[in-house]
Design a protein around this ligand. Structure first.
Ligand SMILES: Cc1cc2nc3c(=O)[nH]c(=O)nc-3n(C[C@H](O)[C@H](O)[C@H](O)COP(=O)(O)OP(=O)(O)OC[C@H]3O[C@@H](n4cnc5c(N)ncnc54)[C@H](O)[C@@H]3O)c2cc1C
Length: 283
């Protein structure tokens, strides 16, 4: 159960909303389609991609797709009120004939342009995706090292699509301990897997709800070499990584951790921090 990292190229894909389906109080599944998706090659697991959305006053997203390698510099130089809103999402599932991608959006109100857009999306709405053209690509982070005996997965509602993708990908020989935090009991989903997986749901609306950090702290782990994949709100992810490496003795190279969002900060601002080199250091 090991794979090696590659940095395969991504390219832009024009796409449209085909249908939407409410999965629960906090999540909407948006299915994207279009002929160009024939070239989209998701690698499963936590396959991420960039989604470009129009502003409310626009019909379609504005991106310098003709700028080749320079697209990012050109996009950044544009007026933020005009250039497309760029956000990170996960491929929940890719299907062929017809080519379709499911993406599960956590709804957190109108404060975020992507959440706002998703809540109002209707069939035909145009979007642009920046995604992989090869299944083994640099947008897949779940990569257990050789010799892994069991995997620890944690995520909130934004990382639930990735956790679902990882569980669907794990082989029958894999052993997984999983903690997922969601806002409401009705957000709990069925997560098919061939692996021997023990899944714990933590529901925030419950009066005595535990956080993921508390629940993992209290857990007894299986024997053998672990590999941890943790994602969700950045503060919780950092605290959990500290616990695993500092108090549980996990090899830091066997912990893949990603802040999927940070409380009070937009993805636009996180990107600006990363570009300026001022992102919070992860010890
Ligand atoms: C690799 C990767 C994969 C991701 N995959 C998914 C995915 O499949 N599905 C998904 O829903 N999200 C996913 N996310 C998270 C998503 O990109 C962020 O939640 C993003 O900030 C949403 O954009 P927005 O325009 O709605 O909000 P922003 O404009 O970025 O933020 C506006 C405000 O909302 C807050 N905020 C952002 N997200 C949330 C939230 N979930 N709950 C409460 N407050 C929030 C911010 O802190 C900020 O204060 C992923 C992130 C990464 C890095």
């Amino acid at each position: 159960m090991s794979t090696t990292a590659t940095a395969a190229p991504f390219r832009f894909f024009d796409s449209r909303v085909v249908r939407t389906r409410r999965l629960g109080p906090s999540t909407i599944r948006i299915t994207f389609g279009g002929d160009s998706l024939a070239g989209f090659a998701a690698g499963g697991r936590d396959q991420r991609f960039k989604l470009f959305l129009p502003h409310p006053h626009q019909y379609s997203p504005v991106i310098p797709t003709d700028a080749g390698e320079d697209w990012f510099a050109r996009w950044r130089a544009m007026d933020p009120a005009v250039r497309a809103v760029m956000r990170s999402y996960t491929v929940r599932e890719q299907r062929r004939d017809p080519g379709e991608l499911d993406v599960d959006f956590a709804l957190h109100g109108d404060g975020g342009p992507a959440s706002r857009w998703a809540a109002r999306a209707v069939p035909g709405d145009p979007v642009v995706l920046l995604g992989p053209v090869e299944p083994d690509n640099g947008g897949v982070d779940f990569r257990p090292p050789p010799g892994t005996d069991w995997v620890l997965l944690t995520g909130d509602e934004t990382a639930l699509p990735a956790v679902a993708g990882i569980l669907a990908w794990l082989p029958v020989t894999a052993r997984a301990r999983v903690w997922i935090e969601v806002p409401h009991a009705a957000d709990v989903q069925d997560l098919p897997t061939r692996a021997e997986a023990e899944i714990t749901w933590l529901v925030r609306e419950d009066a005595h709800a535990e956080t993921i950090v508390d629940a993992v702290r209290a857990a007894a782990f299986p024997p053998g070499a672990p590999y941890a994949w943790i994602a969700g709100e950045a503060g919780g992810v950092r605290a959990l990584r500290r616990h695993l490496v500092g108090e549980r003795g996990f090899d830091r190279r066997a912990v893949t951790f990603t802040g999927y969002w940070r409380r009070g900060v937009t993805e636009e601002d996180l990107l600006a921090e990363a570009v300026a080199g001022t992102a919070a250091a992860d010890d």
